[in-house]
Design a protein around this ligand. Structure first.
Ligand SMILES: Nc1ncnc2c1ncn2[C@@H]1O[C@H](COP(=O)(O)OP(=O)(O)OP(=O)(O)O)[C@@H](O)[C@H]1O
Ligand SMILES: [Mg+2]
Length: 133
């Protein structure tokens, strides 16, 4: 059960600032579910998160299912389970890595998350971001 919420309306040009705000609430061992329709901005958010750690040219895990990034103190797993029916086979790997990782999952299916970020397109390049933690 989540007890806290962080709500913000963010345009693309403010996404980097927002990442810096939200970072304080996302820690190693977190599994963050990214909820939102196709094109809501889930991948764009993870790209901005990784950009803040110096990763440019991050690609979407739509076809690779899981992309992994080794940062100085932790790993980032960026998963997208849209194209698979059963995410369970990937769960063992995620659990194995969890202690040293921040995990983002687009289309998490029935995987249990520690935090949830919902992104809603409210038009004119603006998105409502809601972090539940
Ligand atoms: N404020 C914003 N935050 C994030 N993305 C935005 C924003 N405004 C516009 N966009 C645009 O919306 C699109 C979001 O695409 P993105 O691939 O991130 O969506 P997605 O949620 O990962 O979709 P999918 O479910 O297909 O993986 C991008 O083209 C991005 O530039
Ligand atoms: Mg995506």
């Amino acid at each position: 059960m989540y007890t806290k919420y962080l709500l913000e309306i963010i345009s693309l040009d403010r996404l980097d600032d927002f990442v810096n705000t939200i970072k304080k609430h996302i820690n190693i061992s977190d599994i963050v579910c990214l909820e939102g329709e196709l094109g809501a901005g889930k991948t764009t958010f993870v790209k901005a998160f990784l950009k803040s750690y110096g990763f440019e040219n991050v690609s979407s895990p739509t076809f690779s299912i899981i992309n992994e990034y080794q940062l100085k103190d932790f790993t980032v797993l960026h998963c997208d389970f849209y194209r698979i029916d059963d995410a369970k086979p990937f769960l063992d790997y995620i659990k194995e890595k969890q202690k040293e990782a921040i995990v983002f999952i687009e289309w998490p299916k029935d995987i249990d998350c520690t935090k949830k970020l919902t992104i809603t397109n409210i038009g004119k390049e603006k998105r409502l971001f809601k972090l539940c933690f």
